[in-house]
Design a protein around this ligand. Sequence first.
Ligand SMILES: Cc1cc2nc3c(=O)[nH]c(=O)nc-3n(C[C@H](O)[C@H](O)[C@H](O)COP(=O)(O)O)c2cc1C
Length: 316
Amino acid sequence: MSFKQNRITELFNIEYPLIQAGMIWASGWKLASAVSNAGGLGIIGAGSMYPDILKEHIQKCKKATTKPFGVNVPMLYPDIDKIMDIIIEEQVEIVFTSAGNPKTWTSHLQSRGIKVVHVVSSVKFAVKSQEAGVDAIVAEGFEAGGHNGRDETTTFTLIPMVREKIDIPLIAAGGIGNGKGMLAAMVLGADAVQVGSRFVATPEASSHQNFKEMVVKAQEGDTVLTLKELAPVRLLKNKFFEDVQELYTKSPSKEDLTALLGRARAKKGMYEGDLEEGELEIGQISGLINEIKPAAEIVEEMIAEFEATKIAAQNF
Ligand SMILES: Cc1cc2nc3c(=O)[nH]c(=O)nc-3n(C[C@H](O)[C@H](O)[C@H](O)COP(=O)(O)O)c2cc1C
């Protein structure tokens, strides 16, 4: 399908303004290459990878696709220097940074010819990212799966507010899982969308099958943003979440919450499939995800629905 090109498709040299989000324990080379091959932009999530594992994923992704792909790097990562060295050595062309100051890495990466996109959840940080010289911004609303902003600004309100304040290309994220959502986000001022949760329920995602099936079963109201004192995160309600709620009744300190969270909770839930004790990160849009299906089908369906809805909207 030929698609109208815009600033984002031109920036990344892709067919559709549809980006698969970098996601810990979900987006390795298989998912990223499948989305890139389907005409979107696939992203490897480095946040759950040791540097040598990331290197392997980048190399496998290069073999699996000739199309552009990116790497997402949460800046809280302890070995971030090594991660960035690998990205440069492997000549990755696009990096999405999140959870940190956009000034820290942007010019270093850009001076090596890498395009840099920073993820924000507020107007204030969107403006700071533009000032830091990033090539584009992802503005992620409160609906999104995974780590999120404290302000609870929804995608529907965040995108037009960010659009008013920045001129550079804008990518909307949070609560987008079909072509109608994609069109709505672009009507609100986005140049492209970043989709996370919908791509978890694919055979190509490296997430555990138990987790994928729970995502498919999830209904409206089954996720909640919690642990704001540490790093706000949207989770499926399970036993671990109930344990967090129980602790909140005792006015816990930050240390108490950190101790309950412990280490490797996210891996336990999303990668090892422990639906009771693990942390299960997913967005509100999970209520609309009813099937595990190949990433390429998701891309095709989203684009077809986007185009059909655009035509139908002329009769509004
Ligand atoms: C399982 C999961 C893991 C995620 N991991 C990351 C991550 O490592 N880095 C990051 O910047 N965002 C991460 N996110 C957020 C996504 O990149 C994306 O912005 C978000 O999923 C978009 O909202 P949606 O889930 O409603 O599509 C994660 C989201 C999910 C669902």
